[in-house]
Write a protein that binds this ligand. Sequence first.
Ligand SMILES: [Zn+2]
Ligand SMILES: [Zn+2]
Length: 143
Amino acid sequence: MSQSTDAIVQTLKAKGLRVTPQRFAVYANLLSRNDHPTVEQLLVDLNQYCPVSSQATIYSSLQALRAAGLIREVLLEAGVSRYDAIVGPHHHFHCQQCGTIEDIGWDELPVVKFDRLRAGLKAQTYEITVRGYCDRCSQADSE
Ligand SMILES: [Zn+2]
Ligand SMILES: [Zn+2]
């Protein structure tokens, strides 16, 4: 789902964000991948094109993009923030061996009903994290 430079600039502007080279690079990078990278992974990737990036500048771009609702933080492991340019509701599959994270479409899992939730608790949103082994890791296992 890679978007044209123009479309990305328009999206940033529509959210009221000043278009800086860093914000553009971070957002374009996230849109071009779906592996939910960490700040460190983004830094490695972005430095191939734009060697002035530091972790701090990437982090501040991520904060701005997140505040604008263009990306979101995905926390599947304690203390590890990953970033996702798909902000619509979806679930995740998390491989316990290699750490790979894959999106699971919202419609691919049954919808959870909250009618048995204790009175007084009002559910607003939820997401499911399926933990297991990805194709590569489950193959390695059975060899
Ligand atoms: Zn795996
Ligand atoms: Zn995701």
